[in-house]
Design a protein around this ligand. Structure first.
Ligand SMILES: C[S@@+](CC[C@H](N)C(=O)[O-])C[C@H]1O[C@@H](n2cnc3c(N)ncnc32)[C@H](O)[C@@H]1O
Length: 235
C-alpha cells in the first residue's frame, strides 16, 4: 500500500531548543552556500538594510544575536561598526567567517551588561527561539538609551499572488534544494517554523511591552522578509 509522506511535526517547547541547536550544528558547513542559492543573493542586501536601520556611528559596539556564520557581523564591519557575534550553536560558531569577536551564549539570557551596547541586530532567528519575549527583554536591557535594535525575519507577503508563489517556493522547492546540498529535514523545518512567529500587531505589542519604543516594520522584497526596528527610549 502506498504511504503518504507526512511532514515531520514541529518540535514542542520542551524539545525545541535542543532540536534547533543540533540542526544548526548539522547544517553549519553549507549554511552560507544555501543562503546565497535559496535567496538568489538577496540575503546580502537584506543584511545591509538591517545595518543601515540601526543608525550606528563608525566605531559603535553592536551585538549581533544568533549570528550564525557571521554574515551580519561582516555587514556591520563593512559599515565601520565594531560587531560582536553571539550564538549557541557550536557548529555555527566553528563555521564563523567574520573577524568579529564571538560569544557562545543564549539569546534568552544574553551574557552582556545592562545598557552597554550601541545597537543590536538579529537575523532570521526569532522563529527559532523558544520564546521571543525573554529575548526582547534582554535586548531592551542591554541597549544604551537612544540606541536601536533591528530584527530581520521571514514574513508572509500581503499580496495573495506573491504569497501563493512564495509559499510554493518556500515550502516545496526550498526543502528539495536543501536536501540536495545539505539536510532535507532542516530545510523543511526552516519554512514551516514561520508558524512560530506572532502576527504583526502582536509582534509590535511584544516589542513595546519589552520597553522599546518607536517600533517600525519594513517589508522587503514584496513582503517575503520583514525588518522590525525599535529604539530604547532616552532616560
Ligand atoms: C537561521 S540562522 C541565522 C544566522 C544569522 N543570523 C544569519 O542571518 O544568517 C539562526 C541562528 O540562530 C541561532 N539560535 C537559535 N536559537 C538561539 C538561542 N536561543 N541563542 C543563541 N542563538 C540561537 C542558531 O544557532 C542559528 O545560528
Amino acid at each position: 500500500m502506498k504511504q503518504s509522506r507526512k511532514k515531520k511535526p514541529l518540535p514542542t517547547s520542551s524539545e525545541k531548543e535542543m532540536t534547533v541547536r543540533k540542526m544548526f550544528d548539522r547544517i553549519a558547513p553549507r549554511y552560507d552556500l544555501l543562503n546565497r542559492l535559496l535567496t538568489f543573493g538577496l540575503d546580502t542586501k537584506w543584511r545591509e538594510k538591517t545595518v543601515k536601520h540601526i543608525y550606528a556611528y563608525p566605531g559603535a559596539k553592536v551585538l549581533d544575536v544568533a549570528c550564525g556564520t557571521g554574515d551580519l557581523c561582516d555587514s556591520l564591519h563593512k559599515a565601520g561598526i565594531k560587531a560582536i557575534g553571539m550564538d549557541f550553536s557550536r557548529g555555527m560558531l566553528t563555521s564563523f567567517n567574520s573577524k568579529a569577536p564571538l560569544i557562545n551564549g543564549d539569546a534568552l539570557k544574553i551574557p552582556v551588561h545592562d545598557s552597554s551596547v550601541d545597537g543590536v541586530t538579529c537575523g532570521f532567528a526569532l522563529r527559532n527561539f523558544l520564546d521571543i519575549n525573554p529575548f526582547l527583554n534582554e535586548v531592551s536591557r542591554i541597549l544604551k538609551p537612544g540606541s536601536r535594535v533591528a530584527l530581520l525575519e521571514v514574513d508572509q507577503p500581503g499580496n495573495r499572488y506573491i504569497r501563493t508563489g512564495h509559499s510554493f517556493y518556500f515550502n516545496k522547492i526550498v526543502p528539495i534544494i536543501g536536501g540536495l546540498f545539505s539536510d532535507k529535514d532542516a530545510y523543511s523545518y526552516l519554512p514551516s517554523s514561520v508558524i512560530y512567529l506572532p502576527e504583526e500587531n502582536e509582534m509590535i505589542k511584544m516589542i513595546e511591552r519589552s520597553g522599546l519604543s518607536n517600533v517600525k516594520k519594513y517589508r522587503l522584497t514584496g513582503g517575503i522578509v520583514q525588518l522590525l526596528v525599535a529604539e530604547k527610549p532616552e532616560n
